[in-house]
Design a protein around this ligand. Sequence first.
Ligand code: ATP
Length: 605
Amino acid sequence: MSTSIERVCECLKILEGLSGRLDMARELGEFLKVLDNRERGPFVYLVQGQLNPPFRGGETGMSTRLVLRAIARAAKDAGIPLETSPETLLGNLGDMGNLAETVFIGRKGESLPFLRVFETMESLSRQEGEGSQEEKIRSLADLFLKLSPLSTRFVARFVVGKLRLGVGDATIIDALSQWQGGKPARKPIENGYNLCSDLGRIATILGEQGIEGVRCLRPSPGFPIRMALCERLSSGEEIFEKIGACPVESKYDGFRCQVHTDGDRVQVFSRNLEETTLMFPEIVAATRTLFGTRPAIFEGEALGYNPETGGYHPFQVTITRKRKHNVKEKSDEIPLKMLVFDLMFLDGESWLEQPFLKRREQLEKIFPTHAFAVDEMEVAPTGVFGTSRMIMADHPSVIDHFFDEVLEEGFEGIIAKRREGTYTAGSRNFNWIKLKKSYKDALSDTLDLVVIGYYRGKGQRTRLGIGAVLTAAYDAELDRLVSIARIGSGLTEEEWVALRGALDETVVPERPHSVLSEIVPDFWVEPKFVVTVRADDITRSPQHMCGRRDGEEGYALRFPRMTAPPRADKDPQDATSVREIESMYQKQKTLSARHRVKEEGSRED
Ligand code: ATP
């Protein structure tokens, strides 16, 4: 039995009224039971505000202007007189969904199957080229004419990409687990998701084969594996204490690339699992040459290379490769090298569970290892690929020595890897430990924070129209973005203006569902842009929501500044987490206690 769009939209309406992660998951979990299995995948994408899993992209391609025209057209066809233009109404109501619902209020609507509506929305994304705009307006207007007012609300929001239910991946995983019997199902579902990054696919497999189906999932070319992430420590000694003798690698500052080949098609995915294949023609070509028909998934860091000096470019130069047009010219100007550091899948077998040193051994059989160390200096590979430079450290001093050496060479630090560590997809743990220069200075690392709002400029900044941004960290437990800092420095005037332009495109009338903040900025924005932030200290503050629990104050930043405009390789859910901020705060306390003891000691001397 197919489910009607009306029924689906009633569920969305309930979700919209809920704010707690548990309530949302319960509601979603119940609704998943009601759906037919063909509907589950599309329903999950719908709730995520997408037509496909995020790595496939595929937006409806409908701008606000086109949707307004579709509403006007449908109103005309239905004989609904519009005393005020849809543009003005939108200005008054501030939301496309409310506008559509208001215009079509009182209409009955047909009982359309949800899948039919979803397919119509998908077909909008496929209409391209001459005349396609008119076609899209026609198709959407026809759809509006068949829907109830409630359904027009959600369909209109969806097609302009502003569904904003505040349901994050973690909440969907909870919902899938509830549907599959609760807590014991969560881990296998989460693991399955980490292997394919596609919650719609997980929902479909669960419906067809139950939890066993998800347990049997293996990496598969074309489905990005959620990336393994590093923990931080501040010295060779701490690293050695934690994982003992270990391999240590140079930490390169470029683009993380996860390369997939199924023996025919080669794809490259970025840190936030977007497909970036077109940016890296040389990686695609070199993969074809090296692997032929062998299917594989591997990972490494791509760096711009300067043939004149024989060295790598800094990230600021490498990033200029990030473009969709004139890729060929740019790749001639800034050739790339890829330093490969992990292997996840080969010849139909998963390598995720193999100990690190075994994966590395296999990696070295496949890729040329001449990437490094002539007279202790790293030299680039002659072809596109080389394995990352690695040494074996059997003493803390070896780690520290290697660290100093790579810094002298201009790299940003090192990554130590647990010898027997598996590739822990989607998880940050001590299997990989990064040590960067900044950890030895004041506040450990930089933070990646999500912009959730901005303030009009005052004084000198009035003419820029922006004075500061309000930012948030990610609370994985709540599946919410929680405010942590108002930031008014770090960018050039041009960068502020560009940031304001980008933020203006995403202004929303009220605090988004996915955000928790008691501080109210002049403008709320859709949480979309991630900025890297440096600060002097993490402090406790009653103002912010980050880390606020059981009567304890939240965390805030002292003297925060952005280090650059928003970074494109991170999504809001990749922002620094509350757990990380908590551990940075603890570390900072220990460091300053040590510092005090040292100072007191030297005063006594
Ligand atoms: P994170 O990925 O931990 O959220 P981030 O993206 O801000 O943080 P860093 O904290 O600087 O990046 O460090 C981790 C990144 O370092 C990896 O995502 C990867 O892109 C890069 N990297 C460079 N060299 C290596 C290496 N040898 N092994 C693993 N990762 C490496």
